[in-house]
Design a protein around this ligand. Structure first.
Ligand SMILES: Nc1ncnc2c1ncn2[C@@H]1O[C@H](COP(=O)(O)OP(=O)(O)OP(=O)(O)O)[C@@H](O)[C@H]1O
Length: 842
């Protein structure tokens, strides 16, 4: 699968193992020995004492086996994949390589099993067509799995044992999707501008903080919503919604129901209250982790949980109660899942108890002033006594100072002070002699004072009086702090008993936050509720491109009608299944599975293709969509071949990337998938490109009831003209209306774009008009027009180019005359004059 971000180390510690826990029921878990033990235990706490996984037999309950880090390395995984034999031993050996091999020094080619030499480039393409080589962590893990199987095979059976080879045979390698979520890869997310920042599933090493910060999110679909999320946990969850749209209609409808409900006019007030309350909520998962760290004494500054943690928990309890009230107040929302979750999990009494306990113990005002947690008066008798003594120290100091003054010369006694420093204790402060740098009095001669330190103005000393005071009161401040730490520790332990309540309420707040963000987005961007259907169709009326419409003055909405093959989904991992007759429109015609859009440049083809994909994507996120009506059949994958994502790090040519995207799409597409193929094949020789494009389209159409839904755009008119792509009942054509005015003098005024989708094919790309529109000089575009005309007439362009214009002929004739005259010229004494005469120069 694609590498997936779990949400940072803190959340992993918080036992968030969504993938292993929720989607797979593993029998053996291979972990890197680098993993921290505490994390390991959380992997499977119930079974952690069962022993080492190497003794496991297939089919036994999950056992953990720690493997050396090297087995997980990308490079070793690569070499295992290269040597992997798929299917039967005697079958062709398929070899895999990774991009790194292209730059590797060694140029030795690998032998394919059937004896053919396969080039490294070929291996790379083949690998990238099967699996996502950018998912480095997953590739590394695949290597560890291969190593494990290899070891099992070596340990259990003798070499040459056929049974062993059959038992441990690897028959295929496939990319898979988490059950219940749609497959979208990073290419698709980027090309559809779903997520702009580098925070796609590959960026597993980015912490949640980075993911949360909206600073890097440019113009993107997710960007339109993520600023509307108020809580950190909400932002995190919303990102997960966009990274992993759902294919579970229940989940999607639950979100849509909630959005519809909140958008009702009678609930406006409730919505405002919810937003207000969510704005001050923190993520209780992180707060609880910090609370634990605090009481475990991790780090010197963390001797007790910080003030902001307490303020955070108290505010959370308060706002959670407000949110509960708010949901209680909504009329007619009893069926709303999210409301019922709130009612069930936000235990009023317990939340109130959490808030009350903190308020009763922590004095927030004094804590702020003192920059530490201060316990309220009345909580603990001993503490109050200590504090009273501490506060009474002032007058005690005056008394001691008076006592000390009796033993110093009379003229000095007004200058004597006794002070208290929490770390050092009591000290006598005497003004300093500016010359000697000593105190002007340093104690009686028979009992000199002990000097502790000096400042510019004072010298500080201890004498027997203050030493005695030290022993009584010196550590009073520490005693106060220690007692407060003890009390707060007890408080932390008490609050941790409510950890489950707080974290689950916090998670529900994240859900509410996401729903609110989606609802507000729906309101801001004029979106409607899509209807998710089991039928494998896409019926969009008045669809718009949610981003493009922001940057053009007048966006023209367009309809789409597509139906995928009617067969059961070929991929048995999918929960979706659909059988039914071929989809037909009201007039009885078959709804196409593939629409190929042709027509002029800039007419709106790419925008249209993307808009359809974005609408389908948004519907699966559980969001409203930019259209007037949308019936969306559940879709398992959206795959695109759109803007080429060239990258230096990828070390691949643009065309190579095109091919890989198509290859992945062909390998993974089911009849439930949506493929967007924008101008595939234009990166190579036009004949090859047209051939490849036609081949791909044909192949997909021939899948019959396994045909995905395909939207394509192409300029290769020859594939239709020359019969490369034959008419097919699943194939339909579309184009965008343009108004052509050939009478116009100016070439750039000949074409007006109407952006209006029409059925049928357009044969003209109006490339020259587009060129003129974009400022290419008119003599170039005029000549191009002429040549295009000649070519269209089937005339020989070479001969046509050799024909001279009238003025060229005239010039040449004149030159010829001059040359002839030159040869017959009578040269006089003055050759210059003769030449002038010949050329007719005066
Ligand atoms: N429905 C629409 N309403 C208004 N303007 C539109 C619409 N669709 C596209 N446009 C405008 O037309 C421009 C060109 O659109 P687009 O890139 O889709 O053209 P194209 O047909 O794919 O061109 P090419 O064939 O050169 O790739 C867009 O940038 C946008 O400004």
């Amino acid at each position: 699968m694609e590498d997936i971000e779990l949400g940072g180390p803190d959340l992993i510690e918080a036992r968030e193992f969504p993938i292993l826990k929720t989607f797979i029921d593993p029998t053996i878990i291979l972990v890197s020995s680098k993993f921290d033990d505490t994390v390991l235990e959380k992997l499977d706490p119930e079974r952690r004492n069962m022993g080492d996984g190497d003794s496991a037999v297939y089919g036994m309950p999950a056992l953990r086996s720690a493997r050396p880090v090297s087995e997980f390395s990308y490079d070793s995984a690569r070499s295992r994949l290269v040597n992997l034999k798929l299917g039967h031993e005697d079958g062709p050996r398929i070899t895999f390589m990774t991009p790194g091999d292209l730059t590797a020094e060694s140029s030795e080619d690998c032998m394919a099993g059937d004896g053919a030499v396969e080039s490294r480039q070929g291996q790379l393409l083949r690998l990238a067509g099967w699996i996502d080589v950018d998912s480095r962590v997953t590739v590394g893990c695949a290597g560890a799995v291969l190593a494990y199987i290899h070891r099992k095979r070596a340990a259990t059976f003798l070499p040459g044992d056929v049974a062993a080879q059959t038992m441990h045979r690897i028959s295929t390698i496939e990319m898979f999707t988490l059950a219940g979520s749609m497959f979208v890869n990073a290419d698709t997310l980027l090309s559809l501008q779903i997520i702009q920042s580098e925070s796609h599933p590959h960026s597993h090493n980015q912490g949640p903080a980075k993911a949360n910060s909206g600073s890097k999110e440019g113009l993107s679909v997710y960007g339109l919503f993520h600023t509307l999320a108020r809580t950190p946990q909400g932002k995190l969850l919303l990102r997960q919604y966009f990274l992993r749209p759902s294919t579970n209609s229940e989940v999607i409808n639950e979100r849509l129901d909630s959005i519809s409900f909140l958008l009702r006019t009678e609930n406006t007030e409730q919505m405002d209250t919810l937003v207000k309350n969510l704005s001050s909520i923190k993520n209780m998962r992180t707060v609880m982790i910090n609370l634990r760290k605090g009481i475990n004494g991790n780090g010197p500054s963390q001797r007790c949980p910080s003030n902001s943690i307490w303020a955070g928990i108290r505010l959370f309890a308060y706002h959670a109660l407000q949110i509960k009230d708010c949901f209680q107040g909504v009329i007619g929302g009893d069926w709303l899942v999210i409301r019922n979750k709130v009612m069930e999990h936000f235990h009023g009494i317990q939340l109130a108890e959490v808030g009350k306990s903190i308020t009763e113990i922590i004095d927030f005002e004094l804590s702020r002033d003192n920059c530490r947690n201060v316990v309220r008066q009345g909580v603990d008798h001993d503490l109050d006594e200590l504090k009273r003594t501490y506060e009474g120290l002032e007058s005690l100091l005056v008394q001691v100072a008076q006592h000390v003054a009796q033993s110093v010369p009379e003229e000095l006694d007004a200058n004597i002070n006794v002070v208290f420093f929490p770390q050092i204790g009591f000290l006598i402060a005497i003004p300093q002699d500016p010359i000697t740098g000593h105190g002007i009095f340093e104690g009686p001669e028979d009992a000199p004072w002990e000097k502790v330190f000096t400042t510019e103005e004072f010298a500080y000393y201890k004498n027997e009086n203050v030493i005695e005071m030290d022993s009584y009161f010196g550590d009073i401040y520490e005693r106060i702090c220690d007692r407060e730490i003890e009390i707060i520790h007890e408080l932390a332990e008490k609050i941790l008993q409510y950890e489950d309540l707080l974290t689950s309420a916090s998670d529900i707040c994240a859900e509410i936050d996401c729903i609110m963000a989606l609802a507000q987005g729906a309101r801001n961007h004029n979106l409607v509720r899509p209807r998710l259907t089991e039928s494998n169709i896409l019926d969009i009326r008045g669809g718009r491109h949610i981003l493009q419409e922001k940057v053009v003055p007048n966006f023209i909405p367009n309809d789409t009608l597509l139906a995928g093959g009617e067969g059961e989904s070929a991929n048995d991992q999918q929960e979706i299944s659909s059988v039914g007759p071929q989809y037909r429109t009201e007039d009885g015609s078959v709804v196409p599975s593939m629409i190929l859009v042709t027509g002029p440049n800039f007419s709106g083809k790419s925008v249209y293709l993307k808009q359809v994909a974005i609408i389908v994507f948004m519907a699966h996120v559980g969001s409203f969509v930019p259209a007037t009506r949308a019936d969306i059949g559940l879709t398992d994958k959206i795959m695109t071949r759109v803007a080429t994502r060239e990258s230096v790090s990828r070390n691949q040519s643009a065309f190579m990337i095109d091919l890989q995207q198509i290859s992945v799409a062909l390998n993974l597409a089911t009849n439930r998938s949506l493929l967007i193929i924008d101008e595939f094949g234009k990166g190579t020789d036009s004949h090859d490109g047209a051939g490849l494009a036609a081949g791909v389209f044909n192949h997909l159409l021939e899948r019959g009831d396994q045909c995905p839904k395909i939207l394509g755009a192409t300029h290769f008119h020859e594939i239709f003209e020359s019969g490369f792509l034959l008419p097919h009942e699943r194939l339909a054509f579309g184009h965008f209306e343009v108004r052509v005015d050939p009478q116009s003098q100016q070439i750039d005024e000949q074409l007006t774009y109407l952006y209006n989708y029409k059925q049928g094919r357009s044969n003209n790309s109006y490339g020259t008009v587009c060129a003129a529109l974009n400022g290419i000089p008119s003599d170039i575009t005029n000549r191009a027009e002429k040549l295009v005309l000649l070519a269209a007439r089937g005339e020989d362009l070479v001969a046509a180019c050799a024909v001279l214009s009238e003025s060229e002929t005239k010039d040449l004739e004149e030159a010829e005359d001059i040359a002839k005259a030159f040869f017959t010229m009578q040269v006089s004494d003055d050759p210059k004059e003769s030449l002038k005469e010949l050329l007719g120069i005066k």
